[in-house]
Design a protein around this ligand. Structure first.
Ligand code: WT7
Length: 628
């Protein structure tokens, strides 16, 4: 399998300055990993004991394949660990959140301020009838209120379902319906590159045919304030209670904390369910050790809380550790290509965590931009979401990190909740390779029967043992959950193809399914296809990922038109616009080909693999199941 990918196994090795290994918490990777593997449960128990629990567990873990229960019968509230713990332990006036707007505006929340706002918001939600176990959909721009709402839900035991504000009507509607959200919270608009982008208008359309929704809460940021129409709409500030006190709801470790949708191979997006106890331990642990987060750090993760990266490494992980996080609504190239570097300079950001797509974009814009600014505050760099190609690694390492900062390329998924594979700071780094299992995780590369493949041979990436922040189910589709653990032996199948080198360093080769990763965002081909087919002109559609120098992959659609429609450039634009409106800009096909037929199996399944091979001029491989 590896041959198909033209894998270059030799890699340059960068040996970090020995002082890094000596100072970071997990400098002695081998020793820590050994400690874990000797007694996994004792290892995780030690981590859990660093946090506050209302009642401790009877048992660290119970494993009834494929179902795990972690910290059995313990009680907690994650916000008590994110807020109360710090406020009552000398961090009242420490900065929790620094927000920078699209036009450079600033807002700062200390832990005390954040704590009070969360409790006011929690009381507000309660007054609207939100109770433990109810779902709240958060469709917000990247402003502090997005985080406040998330924590407010957790405070009262409501299940948050954050939907990235770049998604369109159809995508939002299906997520609201699947989660059964009682309340949808949004803002009038977000500001991108100086321009207002409407959000509430999308919500208005998305709640049609979503009978669970009782109220829409609107954060009005613009002047003059947008009018709120029906009885259904409530102003965010009016919802907030005057009472800044709201005790934490007692949650069982296995109570759901949130649902987060991620694209699947087939059918609609999957609602990944994470629970309170295990997720808390995983987010806390990985932030603390992979980023080595310290009290005087300023941590900037450029994701949006609408993705798992934002859940774990903007909101929960850093706040569980009492850290300072920076967030921004700004885009990396507005007002100019230096804006992000100016933010690092201005706020003395010490840890910077971004996606390869962004790094490649910065590379293209040239080193002059970062070189204008003082990036001396940086001490650790991170990457996530898609393979960090060696060229991008080199640029990040030399131009941004000035050969001083270790790079942690972190492999994980919405489903895993936390980092699973990386090269811990202080360890030798190999551009192109992510690294090894985090202590606490047992990852491997195996064949389809679950047998480990030798170094240099491609195979399937699996996780062999349960871990605290693993997803517990797929909302409304437990069968789909079971598939993750029953496809390759009894292991968790990640859906990625990978290869190991002689030192056990893992390289990701790509997905083994039809999930396409565009600019670090997971897009299911099936979702885009069904959006296309919902247009009156389209009879059938197939969508594939096509390699792209900047975005990793772009979407290419093959479309069969219905009788009566003729191919034209105008129709192409119409179809692209149609997908944009229903799924959002991130799912827009970059190319459309009109075709007369699609390669299918005899059972009628579209063979996207064949389309992809043809498009790339490659051998389509085994086509014995092809219809003709
Ligand atoms: C898929 C998961 C985890 C947060 C963002 C994406 C790909 C993720 C890496 C990496 C190569 C990566 C995988 C994975 N991926 N991180 N460091 N190197 N590929 O979360 O949307 O759930 O997507 O993203 O293919 O399966 P997600």
């Amino acid at each position: 399998m590896a041959e198909d990918f033209d894998v270059k196994m030799e890699s340059k090795v960068y040996y970090p300055d020995p002082s890094i290994k000596e100072t970071v918490r997990m400098g002695d990777y081998e020793a820590v990993y050994n400690e874990f593997i000797q007694d996994p449960q004792a290892y995780w128990e030690k981590v859990a004991n660093e946090l506050k629990w209302m009642q401790k567990w009877d048992k660290v873990m119970e494993w009834d394949h494929p179902y795990a229960r972690w910290f059995v019968n313990s009680k907690l509230n994650i916000t008590q660990n994110c807020l109360d713990r710090h406020v009552h332990n000398g961090k009242k006036n420490k900065v929790a959140i620094i927000w920078v707007g699209d036009g450079g505006e600033e807002r700062v929340f200390t832990y005390r301020q954040l704590y009070r706002e969360v409790m006011r918001c929690a009381n507000g939600l309660k007054s609207m009838g939100v109770k433990k176990g109810d779902a709240v959909c958060i469709y917000m721009p990247l402003v502090p209120e997005q985080i406040i709402l998330t924590l407010a839900c957790a405070r009262i035991g409501a299940i948050h379902s954050i939907v990235f504000a770049g998604f369109g009507t159809q995508a939002l509607n299906s997520r609201i319906k699947d989660s059964n959200a009682k309340i949808v919270v949004t803002a009038d608009a977000t500001i991108r590159r100086g321009k207002r982008v409407e959000l509430k208008a999308i919500v208005e359309e998305a709640v049609v045919n979503a009978p669970s929704v009782e109220k829409i809460v609107v954060l009005r940021r613009m002047t003059p304030p947008m009018e709120l129409y029906s009885e259904m709409e409530v102003d965010y500030h009016e919802m907030l209670s005057d009472i800044p006190e709201c005790g934490p709801e007692v949650m069982d470790a296995e109570d759901p904390l949130f649902i987060l949708y991620t694209s699947g191979t087939t059918g609609p997006a999957k609602g990944i369910v994470h629970t309170c106890g295990g997720y808390m331990v995983g987010a806390y642990y990985s932030t603390r050790n992979v980023f080595d987060l310290r009290d005087n750090d300023v941590f900037w993760c450029t994701a949006d809380p609408g993705w798992i990266t934002g859940h774990s490494y903007i909101i929960y992980g850093p706040l569980l550790n009492g850290g300072t996080v920076l967030i921004t609504e700004s885009t990396p190239d507005y007002p100019d290509a230096g804006v992000w570097w100016s933010i690092i300079d201005e706020f003395d950001v010490t840890i910077f965590y971004t996606a390869p797509t962004a790094i490649r974009m910065f590379m293209r814009m040239g080193a002059d931009w970062p070189n204008k600014y003082d990036l001396g505050s940086l001490r650790l760099l991170g990457s996530v979401g898609e393979p960090l190609n060696p060229e991008a690694f080199e640029w990040y390492y030399h131009v941004i990190g000035k050969e001083r900062c270790p790079i942690v390329d972190t492999w994980w998924q919405t489903e895993t909740g936390m980092h699973m594979i990386t090269t811990m700071a202080g360890q030798p780094m190999k551009p192109g390779f992510i690294g090894k299992s985090l202590p606490g995780v047992v990852a491997d590369v195996v064949d389809k029967n679950g047998v480990p493949v030798p170094a240099g041979t491609g195979g399937f990436l699996v996780i062999k043992e349960p871990w605290p922040s693993m997803m517990r189910t797929v909302h409304n589709n437990d069968e789909r959950y079971r598939q993750y653990w029953t496809t390759i032996g009894k292991y968790y199948t990640a859906g990625d193809l990978a290869v190991k080198d002689d030192d056990g360093y893992i390289m990701i080769l790509g997905r083994s399914d039809d999930v396409i990763i565009v600019a670090g965002h997971n897009i299911g081909s099936a979702e885009v296809e069904s959006a296309l087919v919902s247009n009156a002109a389209v009879a059938e559609a197939a969508v594939i990922g096509k390699p792209h120098p900047l975005k990793g992959e772009i979407l290419k659609a093959f479309v069969i038109l219905r009788v009566g429609y003729t191919p034209s450039e105008k129709l192409k634009s119409e179809l692209i616009y149609h997908v944009r409106m229903s799924l959002g800009p991130i799912a827009m096909p970059s190319e459309i080909d009109f075709v007369d037929s699609l390669p299918k199996t005899r059972s009628g399944k579209i063979m996207r693999r064949v389309l992809r091979a043809k498009e790339l001029g490659m051998d389509p491989g085994d086509v014995s199941t092809l219809e003709d």
